[in-house]
Design a protein around this ligand. Structure first.
Ligand code: AP5
Ligand code: ZN
Length: 217
């Protein structure tokens, strides 16, 4: 299955992607995680991306599309993937269609996670991420680690993302509405959009998503 996950910052895309990718046995590809890995390794791509991420803006398409394409080729798109955070504007959505079309492939579904803005703000304010593995995501109230600042899964250090400050979150939400939301209509026209509420417990949302996705052939 080839699935795109969309939803505002803090909707729970990364959290859900970890479970969905496991359930569906497909790789989870997050452009945000790829950028953060490049930043922590100090690569030229990371240096370029960091200034945009700090400001809550999109990293330019010429950087992002090439990086996403390389990662999809590594994963072998024919066997499926779960894209999280890509595409994020119409140009990226069109580029993705072209990349897949070149191999005679297409998407199976676009899973749209719906969450009210006040909930998103609460989720981001309490988020803590693991330095060792970006799929280990915690929340100081909703999903607290057993020991403060330490990842339950691998013992890694937990940290707060630099772009999770109130001001940057406001900018990210603005960018989501103006640049990313239009891709939902683009995919609706292709009959691919499945919208679910992302409220409730993490496991409930996973179950809702699994029930809403088209069945595997
Ligand atoms: P990215 O990393 O993709 O960030 P985002 O889209 O803003 O999404 P988040 O990671 O903030 O949230 P999420 O939906 O994954 O929520 P999470 O599961 O962590 O992008 C960051 C930046 O990179 C962008 O701003 C941009 O600069 C750049 N970038 C990335 N892709 C790009 C692209 N394609 N083009 C250009 N630029 C790009 O959950 C949030 C919190 O809520 C956690 O604490 C979690 O524990 C908690 N939580 C989750 N589910 C629940 C629940 N059901 N109940 C209670 N709490 C919950
Ligand atoms: Zn960890």
């Amino acid at each position: 299955m080839r699935i795109v996950l969309v939803g505002p910052p803090g909707a729970g895309k990364g959290t859900q992607a970890a479970y969905l990718a496991k359930n569906l046995a497909i790789p989870h590809i997050s452009t945000g995680d790829l950028f953060r890995a490049n930043i922590s390794q100090g690569t030229p791509l990371g240096q370029k991306a960091q200034e945009y991420m700090r400001a809550g803006q999109l990293v330019p398409d010429e950087v992002t599309i090439g990086m996403a394409k390389d990662r999809m080729q590594q994963a072998d798109a024919a066997h499926g993937f779960l894209l999280d955070g890509f595409p994020r504007n119409l140009a990226q959505a069109e580029a993705l269609d072209e990349i897949l079309k070149a191999d005679g492939l297409g998407l199976d579904a676009v899973l749209d996670l719906e969450v009210p803005e006040d909930e998103v703000v609460k989720r981001i304010a309490g988020r803590r991420m693991c330095r060792k593995d970006s799929s280990h995501i915690f929340h100081v109230i909703y999903n607290p680690p057993a020991a403060e600042g330490v990842c339950d899964v691998c013992g890694g250090e937990l940290y707060q993302r630099e772009d999770d400050s109130e001001e940057t979150v406001r900018k990210r939400l603005e960018v989501y509405h103006s640049e990313t939301e239009p891709i939902i209509d683009y995919y609706k026209a292709q009959g691919l959009v499945v919208t679910i509420s992302a409220l409730g417990k993490v496991a409930e949302v996973t179950q809702r998503a699994m029930g809403a996705l088209p069945s595997r052939e």
